[in-house]
Write a protein that binds this ligand. Structure first.
Ligand SMILES: NC(=O)c1ccc[n+]([C@@H]2O[C@H](COP(=O)([O-])OP(=O)(O)OC[C@H]3O[C@@H](n4cnc5c(N)ncnc54)[C@H](OP(=O)(O)O)[C@@H]3O)[C@@H](O)[C@H]2O)c1
Length: 273
């Protein structure tokens, strides 16, 4: 098999693929030979993604709607089966980082929406794919979580809590759906997309300087990790969370929150390293 076409003959669904990390994942999977069904709420960006995927040689279908709507998720599955014939891969990428602010002030409706989009929708889409294809034919699922789910933050409590739940859902589904279906997650650090613009537009240099990798992430960094996880090269990996964070967790684990402090500690403990 051509190593660059490791997903030849496979069909993938990627939610939230009109821009950012989801679009990069869809394009990476198309370059690896997959056909794709992509989703987003707004039609314009979605149509641009479909055009880009077709230019890469993939059969591509766009289905507009919110992942918070269970009927949309079933439509996505039915259209994928009807127009592409199978559902080998599901990438649950769409998410919301609302509501901001202290949880004591969190609006109950916004909290429910965060969980509907970030936790319930990934479960429902996997249920749909399982019933339509994966229970008989197998498959691979990747849930896009966040490195930040391991920390508490001043503004993103609902987001972090829901993504921590998605991490557990990943492990739970891996336990339930093996051996035929593998379920993993990726946890990005700060990536240059619309969702995180408020951070990197003001603090990119500071964040990058504190990272062992020396830069913030690009959508393609996450996309390559997802392509590998859904490929047969990762066939013994399920229930795992792959940090794609430029070393954010390493920095966060150091007593000073400083990547160079980690290096100094290592040199102290392992002279000559
Ligand atoms: N960027 C980061 O630094 C970062 C870090 C850690 C984790 N992540 C995770 O990475 C994933 C992608 O984020 P991103 O940064 O690429 O965000 P983004 O640039 O804002 O893109 C989000 C995508 O999801 C779609 N979307 C949003 N809500 C949706 C809904 N309810 N139903 C269907 N589609 C929806 C958007 O299109 P429409 O608006 O048209 O629906 C868009 O295509 C998310 O799971 C996020 O939590 C991002």
């Amino acid at each position: 098999m051509n190593a660059e076409r490791v997903l030849g003959g496979r069909v993938a669904v990627v939610t939230g693929a009109s821009r950012g990390i989801g679009r990069a994942i869809a394009e990476e999977l198309a370059r690896a030979g997959a056909d794709l069904c992509v989703t987003a709420r707004h039609t314009q960006g979605l149509a641009e993604t479909v055009t880009a995927l077709r230019a890469l040689g993939a059969n591509a279908v766009g289905v507009a709607g919110s992942v918070a709507d269970p009927a949309h998720l079933w439509e996505v599955t039915e259209r994928t089966m009807a127009e592409l014939g199978r559902v080998d891969v599901v990438v649950n990428n769409a998410a919301t980082n609302q509501p901001y602010g202290p949880l004591m002030d969190a609006d109950p409706e916004a909290w429910r929406t965060a969980f509907a989009v970030n936790v319930e929708a990934p479960l429902r889409l996997v249920q749909c794919a399982w019933r339509a294809w994966m229970s008989e034919h197998g498959g691979a699922v990747v849930n896009v979580c966040t490195e930040g789910a391991a920390h508490v933050g001043p503004h993103v409590g609902a987001y972090g809590t829901s993504k921590a739940a998605l991490l557990h859902l990943t492990a739970q589904l891996a336990g339930e759906l093996g051996p035929s279906v593998r379920v993993n997650s990726v946890s990005p650090g700060l990536v240059r997309t619309e969702m995180a613009r408020f951070v990197w537009e003001t603090a990119e240099e500071t964040v990058a300087a504190g990272l062992p990798a020396g830069r913030i992430g690009e959508p393609a960094d996450v996309a390559r990790a997802v392509r590998w996880l859904v490929s047969d090269e990762a066939s013994w990996i399920t229930g795992a969370d792959l940090l794609v964070d430029g070393g954010t967790r390493v920095r966060a684990a150091s007593p000073t929150g400083d990547a160079h402090a980690v290096q100094r500690q290592l040199r102290h403990h392992f002279p000559g390293s």
